[in-house]
Design a protein around this ligand. Sequence first.
Ligand code: FMN
Length: 325
Amino acid sequence: MKTRLTEMLGIQHPVVQGGMQWVGVAEMASAVSNAGGLGILTGLTQPTPEALGKEIDRCRQMTDKPFGVNLTILPTIKPVPYEEYAQAIVDSGIKIVETAGRNPEPFLPLFKGAGIKVIHKCTSIRHSLKAEKIGCDMVSVDGFECAGHPGEDDVTNLILLPLAARRLKIPFIASGGFGDGRGLAAALAMGADGINMGTRFMVTQEAPIHENVKRAMVEASELDTALIYRSLRNTARVFKNSIAEKVVEIESQPGQTDFEDIRPLVQGAKGRELFEDGDLDHGIWSAGMVVGLIDDIPSCKELIERIVADAEDIIQQRLVQIVSA
Ligand SMILES: Cc1cc2nc3c(=O)[nH]c(=O)nc-3n(C[C@H](O)[C@H](O)[C@H](O)COP(=O)(O)O)c2cc1C
């Protein structure tokens, strides 16, 4: 498959692995890139900008294919030196950056000056148009189905993607709810240049998380995600475990939710520990509705090849038969 995404980034398949806190380390990103997709290291998973520089070096030793770095600019419990992370990315010679969270405009002169292709991930058409206007090279359009932060508009990809196709001039990637060949074929049909996946890549052999987490996601249905932080207007879609249910319950109490009431439940460190030791009710973790479509734990290579082959089959067989009947 050849799209503006594969051409612009020099990758074989139109499949991207989005930034994932605590998951997007060198093992994950290099496995996706070696399989012909675009792997992305998650900048803030590294404790310092220096550590990110070292992780980038480690990833380079594991793949000679292109990979990127995600810079997520979101409200965090601890303040983050974003400028220093951005500088570490530039100093490491990275040529692809995925930004997310807030408007990436303050970082664009630095990134563009270093010849970096910037993919901004956002959850609405107005933010996609803004990203195009300020000079981003591409956008990832994250629908309401997605893991992590779907925004507050609650618009699914069936609407967002055709809108993006109508209004954007720059290429765009469909993100949120993708996990199989049907999804890839549909994304391409709706005008996208490829797909971005988070949840599906968590459930692969190379994802550096405990087997229990992967198995829980294989067993989960499309109903097993929860929306937390709705009352704080910072919505996040997470796996529906007892902690997520508790947070939703606290938020449903009358009156404004005090973040202090939920802080002990949602600490990032607990999510990281959960990924390490497999205790599924120790904290929260991001997961999308696509868990309902996941029923195995393949290697990244098997997964990407299957998705692309199935999509090609749908396009060349099923769709061709329909229009030529
Ligand atoms: C465990 C996990 C952690 C994530 N962390 C981040 C993050 O730190 N920054 C970010 O921009 N997106 C993050 N995401 C979102 C993904 O990059 C991607 O946009 C999303 O997973 C797409 O939806 P999907 O899960 O349905 O494929 C995360 C997703 C998951 C599953």
